[in-house]
Write a protein that binds this ligand. Structure first.
Ligand SMILES: [Ca+2]
Length: 323
């Protein structure tokens, strides 16, 4: 049976790859895609998702634009390393007049309506700042108990941060929203830097992928190459693209890719040097028996990167061969 996914995303490079590989997989179905924007607006980002759907999806997917700024903070500029291949793809779509402008008005409406109409069925996959989801929870708190599960690409338990010494970028961008989301949903899996930095596509693997010379093949190759080069430029020791967001998607249908530890997770919102930190405390059965009010989050700590890369490669090549 297909896993039914509501995907909330900031639609930068690896988010687009996530949609592309999602189209190359038979065992998932996107029910809706909602966007978060910054200098490139959520509407423009939603339009990119719609372009991909028009080209690749065998079924219709509802798309809505969401917030353009965090709940209380000023928006930060996101990574723009992949802008060139994305702009080339946009130009292609505009020339082909593929943009149908079916974007719905309001991510919050779409999130709440899909969850309410499909109670217990929907996996909420989040690979951007959690602003849209927090706003949906403020609007309709009851949705917290209506989703099947929530997979969050974000945070880090015991690995250094990627935007500050202790914080991962998605959580750092809107820690107040993350605090609401982690505080409300009873069934969250946190797919953070502890695992995503172990699933890496380097130059050699990209060459071996031998992506077809289609529009989607060029876009995927451009995104991966731009990301590899950006990591090389930063000189942080990772000369490859970490599959942050695609890994979170793969876990929806292939749970055995990761091992998790039950943790209490608190989000730091006011630290001078620690804002956005996901403070994780492993909870033993003994601790939980003494205090059943502890909210448990499944924190991914190990990943089978070999199998993850195989699944990613096959799905990506399938999708790229389509167009
Ligand atoms: Ca993302």
């Amino acid at each position: 049976m297909k896993k039914r996914i509501l995907y909330d995303t900031d639609l930068i490079g690896d988010d687009l790859l996530t949609i592309i590989i999602g189209m190359g997989l038979d065992n998932i179905k996107f029910e809706g895609i909602t966007s978060f924007g910054r200098s490139i607006s959520s509407f423009e980002r939603a339009a990119l998702a719609e372009n991909l759907i028009d080209l690749l999806s065998p079924y219709s997917i509802r798309v809505a634009a969401g917030a353009n700024a965090p709940l209380v903070r000023s928006p930060r500029e996101g990574c723009n390393a992949c802008n060139k291949p994305i702009m080339e793809f946009k130009t292609y779509c505009n020339l082909k007049n593929n943009k149908k402008n079916n974007i719905e008005d309001g991510a919050i409406n779409l999130i709440t309506s899909i969850i309410k109409e499909n109670q217990g069925e929907i996996t909420l996959l989040c690979t951007g700042p959690l602003t849209n989801i927090a706003l949906a929870l403020k609007d309709s708190p009851e949705i917290a108990n209506m989703v099947k599960e929530v997979i969050v690409m974000g945070g880090t338990a015991w690995t250094p941060g990627n935007i500050s010494p202790v914080a991962e970028s998605n959580i750092y961008n809107d820690p107040e929203a993350a605090k609401i989301v982690f505080g409300c949903f009873p069934n969250i899996t946190m797919v953070g830097l502890d695992v995503t930095l172990k699933v890496l596509v380097d130059d050699k693997m990209l060459n071996n992928l031998n992506l077809s010379d289609t529009v989607i093949g060029k876009l995927a190759k451009g995104i991966i190459l731009s990301c590899i080069n950006e990591h090389k430029r930063r000189g942080e020791g990772i000369n490859a693209m970490p599959l942050h967001d695609p890994l979170a998607l793969m876990i929806v249908f292939k749970r055995e890719l990761i091992k998790t530890v039950n943790c209490e997770v608190n989000i730091e919102t006011c630290g001078t040097y620690t804002t956005g930190q996901t403070v994780c405390r492993p909870v033993t059965p003994f601790m939980y028996n003494n205090d059943k009010n502890i909210k448990l989050v499944k924190v991914a700590t190990e990943v089978n990167n070999k199998i993850a890369l195989e699944v990613f490669s096959e799905a990506l090549c399938n999708a790229c061969d389509k167009l």
